[in-house]
Structures are given as C-alpha cells and as structure tokens.
Design a protein around this ligand. Structure first.
Ligand code: FEO
Length: 384
C-alpha cells in the first residue's frame, strides 16, 4: 500500500487480538503500522507485534524488491512495535538500528542486546539523510513511554508520530476515526497531557502535510481537525457540551434514577451518554467523561465503601488527571448511605471540579420526591 510514491506501508492488521495492552477491548482489531521510506537509502519505521514478524518481513520484501533496508528506525519500544527488532537485525545484518539512547537501554533489557556495533543514537534535532531527503527527529517523552522519538520527513512533510494520532481498530475497520481515537488516547496517553501539549507545540512549528502513526490510518485530510482534538484532550478541556451519566445498580433502583436524570437531560436538549459501569466498556465510559463537560455519578455504598465498578471508574479518572468538569452525585443506600461523600473524597485529587449543589440521596428505592430532585438537578445542570 502506498502512503506516497516513496513511502510504502509494510505494517500488519491484527484481527485476533481481544484485549490491547491486556485491557482494552478491540472488537475491530488493531493495526501495527510500519512504513518503508524509499530513497537512495531505505529506512523502515518500527517493527510490529511479536505474532506478525514473518508477515512483516514478507511485506518489506514485497515493497523493496531486490533492495535491502539500510536502517530500522525504532521510535517506540513498547512490544507492539518493537517485538521484531531482533528478527529484523538477523534478517538484515548490514542494516543499522536508529533509536534514542533510552530505547537502546530498553533493547538490552528486552532482548539482551543493544546493538552497540551497528546503531545510531538520535535525540532532539538529530537528522539522518536518506539521500535526496532528510529525516529529523523529535523527542516525545511519555507519549507514551520515555524513550519515544518521532520522525519528520522534511521533503514530504510527513510526521511519523509513534503512538500519537493512533486509534484502535484494524486498518480495514469500517468506522470513523474520532470515537476510537479518543478511547485509545484517553486510555493509553490520557495521563500525559502536559507531554502531549509540549509535543504539539513542537509539531506546530513543522510544515506537516501528513501524519503516519503506529496505529490506525495515515492522516492527510483535515489535519487541523485531528490536531484540535489532540489539543483538547491534552489540555483536559471538554471536547463538547453533554453529560455522561455513569452508574452502578444492584437491584435496579439506582438505575431508575440514572435513567430518569438521563431522560430529563435529553428532554432539555442535552446530549447524554448513559453508561452502566458494571456492563459497559469501562474505557468507553472513561473516554466519555473526558469528552463531555458534565458527569453525573450514581452509585451505592458497598462494604462501607463505593460499589466496586464506580470505585474503579473514578480511579481511572484520577489516574488520568481528570479535571475542569461539572459533577453531580446521586447516592443510594438502605441503612447508612455514604456513596456521595465517598465519591467526593475519591475525586479530591482532581482539580477544578465544580460540584452541583443538588445532590440526591435515595434510601433504597427512588420516590416521588427523588424524581422531583432529579428534575431540579436536570435544571441545575442545564442552567446558563
Ligand atoms: Fe502502540 Fe505505546 O505502543
């Protein structure tokens, strides 16, 4: 597959994987992207997941014909991209390995070798000539490991962006970029907004014509749109107006309250995502919390603590630096309700949260009074 006349796709699709990074549901698979930049010299950009080494080498052979690569540029050492570095090094013994110093240290730890005799160490501003074109390197620490570099092809204006701008889903997945790119970003990189913002500032100075990430499609059209999404996510700004109603319910009573607030908000013209945290994809619920400007949390006390799925959900938010959102709380308890207090405490480390004054307490089952309070909460959450 051609990315441009001289940049060919040599990556693979993984349609067998169930959990990416051992935790993220990927019903439409994953792509592990690798590119061949063909010039007087040839550079291969990153390898692929361990299970696809032979397919990847076969793709390289098909793309290059009777030529051999001169360089393997290792931008990121997470094994979904680096697992076949050793296979490449054996297949192409004359090729040099190009990576950051930290990446070579990781190679020693992962593979027992650091290619001291055949390596080029690059850092911020380093460059590598392939003949007619020049590659320059940017460091991108914690996007999303510390050793990451990105590569800018000055001639074609292509940014090889490592994990940034990737998405879940194989390349032939029939779905728009945004939802799965958001779930991927918030899940995997969400904690590192400051580092992503620093990267965007550097990248903003480059004449980028296209972005070639390590997952998902290469991006050429409407680059300002993709950059604006990343700017919002990295800045922890809500992406759009709307409310996530995230709840847990043991016997359906808290669910009735959650559904009631969702309906009340919808009736007021608000976009709503209603998520049962025990049954939904937790990563999608977390992504929704970052997407919208308001979140309603509804849960019960359990073992004198928060119900486990709500506890886990809030921990995902705090780990990722969730902030600058409006929050409303609904608690349910049959004898000593404490969930609202516990949710507030669990969210304490999140900055700039604005809690709604209307806080709802259900004692076992919602009553007419509860539904009046839900209506008042819907008004409060939609007032300007
Ligand atoms: Fe796609 Fe951080 O690896």
């Amino acid at each position: 597959m051609k990315i441009t006349d001289s940049v060919l796709y040599v990556g693979v699709n993984d349609r067998e994987i169930d959990l990416f990074e051992g935790q993220y549901l990927v019903p439409k698979g994953m792509s592990y992207n690798s590119y061949a930049i063909i010039d007087e010299k040839i550079a291969i950009m990153d390898s692929v997941d361990a299970r696809f080494g032979e397919e990847w080498l076969s793709n390289i052979r098909l793309a290059l014909g009777d030529r051999a690569p001169d360089y393997l540029i290792v931008q990121h050492m997470e094994p979904d991209h680096s697992a076949n570095v050793t296979l490449f090094a054996q297949a192409y013994p004359d090729a040099l390995i190009v990576a950051s110093q930290k990446a070579f240290t990781m190679m020693k730890n992962f593979f027992g070798v650091d290619y001291a005799e055949r390596r080029i160490i690059v850092g911020e501003g380093s460059s590598l000539s392939l003949g007619r074109r020049n590659l320059t390197f940017l460091t991108a620490p914690m996007v999303h490991w510390p050793e990451v570099i990105m590569t800018f092809d000055e001639t074609e204006g292509l940014l090889f962006s490592a994990d940034a701008f990737g998405k879940f889903g194989a390349l032939d997945a029939d779905e728009p970029w945004l939802d799965e790119a958001r779930r991927y970003y918030i899940g995997i990189v969400g904690k590192y907004g400051a580092q992503v913002s620093a990267l965007l500032a550097k990248a903003g100075k480059l004449p980028i014509r296209g972005i070639c990430p390590l997952h998902g499609p290469a991006l050429f059209e409407d680059l300002p749109f993709y950059l604006s999404r990343y700017a919002a996510w990295a800045g922890y700004e809500p992406e759009e107006e709307g409310v996530l109603v995230a709840y847990t319910s043991i016997y359906g009573n808290t669910r009735r309250a959650a559904e009631a607030i969702a309906e009340a908000l919808l009736a007021r013209g608000v976009k709503v995502s209603l998520r049962d945290l025990a049954r939904c994809d937790m990563a999608a619920a977390v992504a929704d919390a970052f997407r919208f400007d308001r979140t309603v949390l509804a849960t019960t006390t359990y073992n004198n603590a928060l119900f486990p799925h709500m506890n886990e959900f809030i921990r995902h938010l705090t780990e990722r630096g969730f902030k600058r959102r409006r929050i409303a709380l609904i608690e349910n308890g049959s004898w000593a309700p404490a969930a609202a207090k516990l949710m507030r405490e669990a969210l304490m480390e999140c900055k700039e949260l604005d809690f709604a004054e209307t806080q709802i307490r259900i004692l076992s089952a919602p009553t007419a009074e509860t539904f009046l309070a839900i209506s008042a909460l819907a008004d409060e959450l939609t007032e300007r």
